[in-house]
Design a protein around this ligand. Sequence first.
Ligand SMILES: Cc1cc2nc3c(=O)[nH]c(=O)nc-3n(C[C@H](O)[C@H](O)[C@H](O)COP(=O)(O)OP(=O)(O)OC[C@H]3O[C@@H](n4cnc5c(N)ncnc54)[C@H](O)[C@@H]3O)c2cc1C
Length: 324
Amino acid sequence: MDSSGRQAEAAGRGPRVLVVGGGIAGPGVAQRLCCYSAFPYLRVLEATARAGGRIRSERRFGGVVEVGAHWIHGPSQGNPVFQLAAKYGLLGKKELSEENQLIETGGHVGLPSVTYTSSGGSVSLELVAEVPSLFYSLTDQTREFLHWAEAPAPSGEYLKGKIQQHMAGWAEDEGTRKLKLAILNNLFSVECCVSGTHSMNLVALAPFGEYTALPGLDCTFPGGYQGLTDCIVASLPTDVMVFNKPVKTIHWNGSFQEASAPGEAFPVLVECEDGGCFPAHHVIVTVPLGPATCSAASSPGWNPSSWRLCRMRMCSCLPRCSAG
Ligand SMILES: Cc1cc2nc3c(=O)[nH]c(=O)nc-3n(C[C@H](O)[C@H](O)[C@H](O)COP(=O)(O)OP(=O)(O)OC[C@H]3O[C@@H](n4cnc5c(N)ncnc54)[C@H](O)[C@@H]3O)c2cc1C
């Protein structure tokens, strides 16, 4: 801990921590920190009027409509989302069953039981099984780039290059080769949906390889995913969530004063779009950084090195001491 943190603790207040973003990660972080008496001053600054971010469930047509996240992938004991959902009683009996938790899918969607070409001919099941097996072996290979600061290519380019190498060894007739390519094309489309992008060239290789599939058959929340963020937020002290506070800039590694804390220097200043300023000892950023190929300049206060550092650390939380 640095001298300003010690100074605050000596004064009996504990360090001041700000969390930027009130999706699920921000309130989740706040919930963890609230467990420690060393963090009595804690605020989550959320740009909009609601918590949950990309998790949003609406009641429509007599049921629940998920506008954002839908599934718990790998619902088993090693999955913190599953654990929290179970703790809050948000899952059904089947989702909680041990049998469900033990199912291994490898994180891949199941193969269709029947597949047709665009002209109506059915495609052999062997071919439909063989091509995904190649594709998934290649996606598994991306793990080798996990800790690389500069991966050689975006995921899409890397996978296509590897597929071209394999194609050189394909001995089948032209029609079968075309079918295999069409199946691969479908698998790319599925992967785009999973990664939330229209092109795998927008997904960097290093974070792509970080995905770990947990056991458990994917399940949904009978009452809506948002029930989880609602429960997390409800567990926080009432003044922790601050809504309608879009953060404009984060000034790292400075020495900032506040009238209410005379003589105390804070190393970070969080500046909001409405002109409000929040000095802090530590800031945890949970806003999406965007795809790794986008401009770092569009994120609040990110310089390219802190953005890269965050990506390299495979998380969306950047402690104050990591920036700059
Ligand atoms: C359509 C869709 C379907 C999905 N399906 C699934 C699924 O089935 N299963 C699954 O596990 N995941 C799914 N996801 C992904 C999942 O929703 C996200 O991974 C997760 O919600 C991210 O949470 P987060 O808190 O990290 O970020 P977010 O939910 O993006 O929260 C970030 C928060 O930061 C706020 N913010 C942004 N900029 C600022 C700023 N400058 N100042 C202050 N606040 C700011 C935003 O308003 C937002 O509330 C899906 C996502 C989408 C969009």
